[in-house]
Design a protein around this ligand. Structure first.
Ligand code: FES
Ligand code: FES
Length: 158
């Protein structure tokens, strides 16, 4: 049965009609039209569907839509609200950490969550923090460089 789910999406209050137990991934892609949230494995293993819930990275394919009621959800669009690239987006571009781009929104959001918790992560902490996000193209080296680059340029709290 469809319910009304009110939540904050990239800073705006939105109201969506959908079943409580529908996935957040389906809600964002099919009902709101945010195709930046990628559907990869659909079972919590690839990280392509990563979004931020109250600032923490979560797999949207595993989260019931009803769980976001009244809470803040951020997708990649929310990192550059005025069209200005976020340091993580700049870093990924500058370091050549984007190839096909399928994994990129999820990786950047996972990195954002990591840097919120640990603003100056070691290489090992970055590897560990991004372990849930798979990339088939880049080999990860440039992704790690991009996160390190961004860490030096991000404000301590946004
Ligand atoms: S699509 Fe959600 S983790 Fe793979
Ligand atoms: S850039 Fe292609 S999967 Fe990561």
């Amino acid at each position: 049965m469809a319910e009304t789910i009110d939540f904050f999406l990239n800073g705006e209050l939105v109201s969506v009609q959908c079943p409580e137990n529908e996935t957040l991934l389906y809600l964002l892609r099919e009902r709101v039209g945010l195709r930046s949230v990628k559907e990869g494995c659909g079972v919590g293993e690839c990280g392509a569907c990563t979004v931020l819930l109250e600032g923490r990275a979560v797999n949207a394919c595993l989260l019931a839509a009803g769980k976001v009621r009244g809470r803040r959800v951020t997708t990649i669009e929310g990192l550059s609200p005025k069209g200005r690239l976020h340091p993580l987006q700049e870093g990924f571009l500058l370091m050549g950490a984007v190839q096909c781009g399928f994994c990129t929104p999820g990786l950047i959001l996972a990195a954002h969550s990591l840097l919120e918790e640990n603003p100056h992560p070691s290489r090992e902490a970055i590897v560990q923090g991004l372990a849930g996000n798979l990339c088939r193209c880049t080999g990860y080296h440039d992704i790690i460089r991009a996160v390190k680059w961004a860490a030096k340029r991000m404000p301590e709290r946004e």
